[in-house]
Design a protein around this ligand. Structure first.
Ligand code: HMG
Ligand code: MG
Length: 306
């Protein structure tokens, strides 16, 4: 495998859906993603269910899954309560998250950046002590919905704090999808110099249509792990206007055409996309999914069997 695709649709995608998707549909989606060869799947979030009611059933989703040994399932945890719930669900990997900009951090997790760091350090320390791997997310690196431009030095210092806590990899987030390839090159070349490509991933949202162009820019900087969401679902409810992540179907199509092996079966991936599209009852943004449905003559209908 040349490029690692980290599937975040069941979490980043479904957290932003207006409707609450039934638990068995979430499980059906995750099983289909694993069938397609995805080996890293962010299955849900152990956050405060009052803040993200769409994922309040995280424990039931993980309990209902046939957790396969070849797949790493993960979930967001914001604090020790979240870590405890993730442990009870049998997870071996979790992800902590915070923002490079003060205002988004406050809106999203109700704390300043300075207050957040010790909370996450405790989570990472405890998770590592019980043998779990911890991934990190740094949001709003390319722009903040409340503050606009974000200082690169701020990004570097928060990234340093998270990586030195012991997160094995830090996913660099364009939360509201404002980045363009030039900025992606600037940000990743600075990060790679400090932390090396092995400890970095890219998390692009495609709000303004620059998502895949940004992937090629990050590839040029040596990045080989990309987060994406089936169908291109997604967004952060605490970042107004944020649209979906880059779509997994589009990402895998492009990478395969560029000669990168992702280990993902495109036909089975299309089946996973069709499944969740039909369950949601609306056309999802993925271009490859759209083309697949047109080629297969599939109309968009409500509700297929789960
Ligand atoms: P808070 O209200 O400040 O928390 O929320 P608190 O510690 O004061 O606790 C308040 C109540 O919540 C207590 O219950 C706690 O037990 C409960 P009470 O005593 O009142 O009955 N509570 C919890 N319950 C279940 N699980 C928990 C938990 N924690 C507290 N883990 C908190 C602080 C961080 C918890 C809250 O702000 C929160 O849950 N925020 C999550 C927001 C979120 O999930 N945003 C979307 C994900 S981030 C994203 O999408 C960006 C990303 O994709 C990257 C990118 O695109 O850039 C990752
Ligand atoms: Mg996101």
């Amino acid at each position: 495998m040349d490029v690692r695709v980290y599937e975040v649709g069941p979490r980043d995608g479904l957290q932003n859906e207006a409707q609450i998707v039934p638990t068995e549909v979430k499980i059906g989606l995750i099983e289909r993603l694993a069938d397609a060869g995805l080996r890293w799947i962010e299955a849900s979030s152990f956050v405060n269910p009052k803040w993200i009611p769409q994922l309040a059933d995280a424990g039931d989703v993980l309990a209902g899954l046939r957790q396969r040994p070849e797949v790493t399932y993960s979930a967001l945890v914001p604090n020790m309560r979240g870590l405890q719930r993730a442990r009870e669900a049998g997870l071996r990997e979790v992800a902590v998250f915070m923002s490079a900009s003060e205002s988004h951090n406050r809106k999203n997790i109700n704390k300043s950046i300075t207050e957040t760091l010790p909370v996450l350090a405790e989570v990472v320390g405890e998770a590592s002590a019980c043998g779990m791997r911890v991934r990190g997310y740094l949001s709003t690196v390319f722009g903040c919905p409340y503050e606009g431009k974000v200082d690169l030095n701020r990004t570097l210092s928060v990234a340093e704090a998270l990586l030195s806590m012991g997160v094995y990899e830090l996913s660099i987030g364009d939360t509201i999808g404002v980045a363009t390839p030039k900025q992606v090159r600037e940000v990743f070349s600075a990060l790679v110099k400090e932390f090396t490509t092995e400890r970095l991933a890219a998390h692009f949202h495609d709000t303004r249509g620059t998502g895949l162009a940004n992937v090629t820019a990050a590839l040029d900087e040596g990045i080989r792990t990309f987060d994406s969401s089936i169908g291109g679902m997604g967004g952060c409810p605490y970042a107004p206007g944020a649209a979906g992540n880059i779509s997994t179907e589009d990402l895998v199509y492009m990478l395969t055409g560029m000669g990168y092996d992702t280990g993902v079966d495109q036909q089975k991936l299309a089946e996973a996309g069709r499944y969740i599209q039909q369950q949601l009852g609306r056309q999802l943004p993925s271009r490859v999914l759209k083309a697949h449905c047109a080629d297969a003559g599939v109309p968009l209908q409500r509700r297929e069997q789960a």
